[in-house]
Design a binder for this molecule. Structure first.
Ligand SMILES: Nc1ncnc2c1ncn2[C@@H]1O[C@H](COP(=O)(O)OP(=O)(O)OP(=O)(O)O)[C@@H](O)[C@H]1O
Length: 709
C-alpha cells in the first residue's frame, strides 16, 4: 500500500526538468574545470617561486628549514598530480556525466532525494551538493539491485560499523548520453532496461575489454558488491560476463576498502594476450591497473629444483595431439589431477612427516632432545602447516633460552636465534630431494595405478602434471612469504587449474579471493569431479577460517541467440550452456573444405566481398600454431592480417589468426573456427570446439577441413 501512496504523491520529473538538471551539471562542471585550472596555475607559480627561494637562500638555510621547504614543494607537486587526474575525470564527465537515477523516499524522515549515478562521483564546487554519485557508492547499489518499490542500502565504514537505510524507490531512470548530449531519459521499472542493454551488446567487440557500469545486471551486481565471502567462487557460462565482473569487482573493492591499494591486488590470468585484453578496464573506471601474473611464471619464480620441466602449453599440446586416445600419459594425467590422488599424497606426506627424526638441540644450558622436538612437532603444533611448525618450535625454544638467561633478549637476537634453529630443522628436509620424495610416493601408488610412476615426457622433462605436486611439496614444507603483501587475488578462467594448483595458491595467497570460471570450458569434463568440487574442497572453512561462497551466472551476454544455441548443441549432455539474451543474428554456418588452401580461399572471399566490413575484429581460430602460421602466410598475400602466437603480448584487433587455446577469455565480432572434421568424436575436441565457438559475438563459421588420406 505504502508503495502505491508513494507513486500517487510523487510527480515524476519531466523531460524538461531532466534537461535542466543536465544543463546545470554541465555548467557546474565547466565552473569546476575553470576553478581547478586556476588553482593549478597558482600552484605552478608557487612551486616556481618556492624553488627559486630555495636556490637563492640555500646558503642561509639550515637542514631543517631546507627540508621543510622541500616538503612544501612536494605537497604542491602532489596537488598538481591530483588536480590533473580530477581534470581528466571532469572531461570524461562532460561527455557522459551519469547514466542512471533513482529517486528514493526515506522511511524515517520521509525525505525524497534523487540520486544521479555515474562512472565517477561529482560534488558541486559552488555549493558542495553531491550532484552525481559514483556507481560504487552505497546508495548506487539500489540502482542495480531494485526495481521501483521498497529498497534499502547499507553504508559500511571501517571504523563505525554499518548502517542500513530503508525506504522506497519512487522513480528509476536510465539516460542515453552521447558526446555530451542528453539523447534520452528512459523510465525503467525493470533492473536495467532491455533496450539499452541490447544496444550495448549489439555493438562491435573492441581490442580491449570495456567497462559496462551502465548496464550491469542484478545477478552480476550481487557478485561485484559481495562483502561476505572470504573466497568468492563464480561459476558462469561462456559470455556471462565473468571477466568483466572481475574487473568491476576490483574497482568496487578499491573504492570501498580504503586500505586496499592497486599494488596489493593481483590477477592470475591465462596468458599475456588476455592480460593485455583486460588492461584498460580499471583505468577506464578511474583506478590504477593491478599487477597480473600467469601461473607458470609463479612456478618459475618459486620452484627451486634443478631438473627441467614442461610448461602448461607443452602439456596442452600433448593433450590436443592425443585427441581421444587413452594413452598411458593421458591416464596418468587424469589420475594426477584428481581429488583422490591429492588426498593420497597428503596422507603420504602426513605419514612421512610424523616419522621424521629430529636432532637434539643445545644452546647454553638449554637442551631439547630429538624426541622432545618430535613430540612438539607431532603434538602441540601438529595442526599447523609444516613450515609454520618449524617457526613455532623455534620461537618456543628461544623463549626457554631467554627464560634461562639473566637478561631479556632484544628482538633482533631472538629472531636470529629462531632463524638458526629453524635452519637446522629445515636442513633435515633440504637433505631430502623433493623430486625423490614425490617419486617414492608414485612408486607406492604403482600397484594400484600401473604406469603411474612415469613422470617425465618424451624429451626427459618432468611432466606438467607432476611438477605441480612437487611445487606443492615445496610450499607444504617451506611455505612461501613472497606474496604476503597481496590482500586480494582474482583468479579468472578457474577451470584451467587443477587441485594441486589451488592447494599451492591457497598456501601462497592466504588473502581473500575472487575466483571465476566455467566448469564446462575444460578439455576433460568429468561430471563426478568438476573444478567446483575441487574449489569447494580446497577453500572449505578450516578451524573457523576462510571458507567460500558459490554463485552462478547463467545468462550469456556475448553472442547472438543463434550462436549461443549452436554452441549449446556442441556440448549436448556434457554441459549446460548459457541462456540466450534476445539478440538475433545470422545462423552459424558449417562449411566443408577439401584442404586448408580451400578454407583460406573461403575466408578470403568473405573478407574481400565486403561481408565482414561491418566488423572491427575478426578471428580465425586454428587447431594449432602450425596451422595458424600456414593460414596467416596464405591470407597475408591478400589482406592485412596479424598472427598471434604464444609469445604475443599485445592484441591490436583487425583480422587475426591464432590457435584455439590462445583465444581463451577473448571475443571477436566474427569467428572462423577450423576443425579437422572429427571434433564430434572426442570429448577433448568437442570441448575445445565449444570454447572456440563461444568467442563469437555476431557471426560464426565452422570450417571442416577434411584430412587427406
Ligand atoms: N551487464 C553487461 N552489460 C553489457 N555487456 C555485458 C554485460 N555483461 C557482460 N557483457 C559483455 O558480454 C561479453 C562477455 O563478457 P565476459 O568476457 O566477461 O564473459 P565471460 O563470462 O568471462 O566469458 P568466457 O567464459 O566465455 O570467456 C563482453 O563483451 C562483456 O562486455
Amino acid at each position: 500500500m505504502a508503495e502505491n501512496k508513494d507513486m500517487e504523491n510523487y510527480r515524476a520529473t519531466s523531460a524538461e526538468e531532466e534537461e535542466d538538471y543536465f544543463d546545470n551539471v554541465e555548467l557546474e562542471l565547466d565552473y569546476s574545470i575553470s576553478v581547478t585550472e586556476g588553482s593549478v596555475e597558482l600552484k605552478k607559480d608557487s612551486i616556481k617561486e618556492q624553488k627559486k627561494y630555495m636556490r637563492d637562500s640555500h646558503g642561509d638555510m639550515d637542514d631543517e628549514e631546507f627540508l621543510q621547504n622541500m616538503q612544501l614543494v612536494n605537497n604542491d607537486e602532489a596537488y598538481l598530480t591530483r588536480a590533473a587526474k580530477r581534470l581528466e575525470v571532469y572531461e570524461h564527465q562532460k561527455k557522459n556525466p551519469y547514466f542512471g537515477k533513482v529517486t528514493f523516499r526515506y522511511d524515517d524522515e520521509g525525505d525524497v532525494i534523487p540520486f544521479y549515478i555515474g562512472m565517477a562521483g561529482y560534488e558541486s564546487d559552488m555549493n558542495n551538493e553531491q550532484l552525481i554519485y559514483d556507481w560504487r557508492a552505497p546508495v548506487s547499489s539500489m540502482y542495480y539491485a531494485y526495481e521501483k518499490g521498497p529498497a534499502s542500502y547499507t553504508v559500511n565504514t571501517e571504523d563505525m560499523g554499518s548502517e542500513k537505510f530503508t525506504g522506497h524507490i519512487i522513480e528509476k531512470k536510465q539516460f542515453v548520453i552521447v558526446n555530451g548530449k542528453l539523447r534520452e531519459a528512459v523510465d525503467t521499472d525493470a533492473n536495467i532496461n532491455d533496450v539499452i542493454l541490447l544496444e550495448a551488446l549489439g555493438g562491435n567487440s573492441s581490442v580491449k575489454m570495456k567497462s559496462v557500469v551502465a548496464t550491469i545486471q542484478k545477478e552480476q551486481d550481487a557478485i561485484i558488491r559481495n562483502r561476505t565471502a572470504y573466497n568468492l567462487i563464480v561459476d558462469g557460462r561462456a559470455g556471462s560476463g565473468k571477466t568483466v565482473i572481475a574487473m568491476h569487482r576490483l574497482a568496487w573493492l578499491l573504492y570501498n576498502y580504503k586500505t586496499l591499494d592497486s599494488d596489493k591486488v593481483m590477477i592470475l590470468s591465462p596468458n599475456s594476450i588476455f592480460g593485455d585484453y583486460i588492461s584498460d578496464v580499471l583505468p577506464e573506471l578511474e583506478e590504477n591497473s593491478v599487477p597480473e601474473k600467469e601461473f607458470d611464471s609463479l612456478l618459475e619464480e618459486l620452484l627451486y629444483i634443478d631438473e627441467e620441466y614442461e610448461t602448461k602449453l607443452e602439456q596442452s599440446e600433448f593433450i590436443i595431439d592425443s585427441g581421444d586416445q587413452e594413452n598411458q600419459r593421458i591416464r596418468n594425467l587424469k589420475v594426477k589431477s584428481s581429488i583422490g590422488f591429492y588426498d593420497r599424497f597428503n596422507e603420504f606426506l602426513e605419514r612421512y612427516v610424523s616419522e621424521i627424526k629430529f636432532r637434539t638441540f643445545h644452546y647454553q644450558k638449554v637442551e631439547y632432545t630429538g624426541d622432545d622436538i618430535s613430540a612438539m612437532f607431532n603434538g602441540r603444533f601438529s595442526r599447523k602447516p609444516v613450515y609454520e611448525r618449524f617457526e613455532n618450535i623455534a620461537y618456543f625454544i628461544v623463549d626457554r633460552v631467554e627464560d634461562n638467561s639473566p637478561k631479556e633478549f632484544p628482538e633482533e637476537k631472538k629472531n636470529n636465534l629462531a632463524r638458526q634453529i629453524q635452519k637446522q630443522m629445515v636442513n633435515l628436509f633440504a637433505e631430502r630431494n623433493l623430486v625423490k620424495l614425490y617419486v617414492d610416493f608414485l612408486a607406492e601408488m604403482e600397484p594400484e595405478y600401473p604406469g603411474i610412476s612415469e613422470y617425465k615426457n618424451e624429451y626427459g622433462k618432468i611432466c606438467y602434471e607432476d611438477i605441480l605436486p612437487i611445487l606443492y611439496l615445496q610450499v607444504y614444507f617451506y611455505g612461501c612469504n613472497t606474496y604476503n603483501n597481496i590482500k586480494h587475488l582474482v583468479i579468472d578462467e578457474m577451470q584451467d587449474y587443477t587441485i594441486f594448483q589451488y592447494a599451492i595458491l591457497d598456501r601462497i595467497f592466504g588473502c581473500k579471493k575472487t575466483i571465476l570460471g566455467d566448469r564446462y570450458q575444460v578439455l576433460f569434463y568429468n561430471p563426478e569431479e568438476t573444478v567446483v568440487d575441487v574449489l569447494t574442497k580446497i577453500f572449505a572453512k578450516r578451524n573457523g577460517q576462510g571458507g567460500y561462497e558459490l554463485m552462478e551466472l547463467s545468462e550469456s551476454y556475448r553472442s547472438t541467440a543463434e550462436i549461443t544455441e549452436f554452441c549449446n548443441n556442441i556440448l549436448g549432455d556434457e554441459g549446460i550452456g548459457g541462456n540466450t539474451v534476445e539478440r538475433h543474428g545470422r545462423v552459424p554456418e558449417e562449411i566443408q573444405c577439401g584442404s586448408l588452401d580451400e578454407a583460406v580461399e573461403f575466408i578470403n572471399d568473405k573478407l574481400s566481398y565486403g561481408d565482414m566490413d561491418a566488423y572491427d575484429n575478426i578471428a580465425i581460430l586454428t587447431n594449432d600454431e602450425a596451422d595458424a602460421y600456414e593460414v596467416y602466410r596464405q591470407l597475408s598475400e591478400y589482406t592485412e592480417v596479424t598472427l598471434i602466437t604464444n609469445q604475443s603480448v599485445v592484441y591490436s584487433g583487425g583480422v587475426v589468426v591464432l590457435p584455439k587455446f590462445l583465444a581463451k577469455g577473448m571475443e571477436f565480432d566474427a569467428v572462423y573456427v577450423m576443425t579437422d572434421g572429427t571434433y564430434k568424436n572426442s570429448m577433448v575436441t568437442r570441448h575445445t570446439h565449444y570454447i572456440a565457438c563461444t568467442r563469437a559475438l555476431h557471426e560464426l563459421y565452422v570450417i571442416d577441413v577434411m584430412q587427406s588420406e
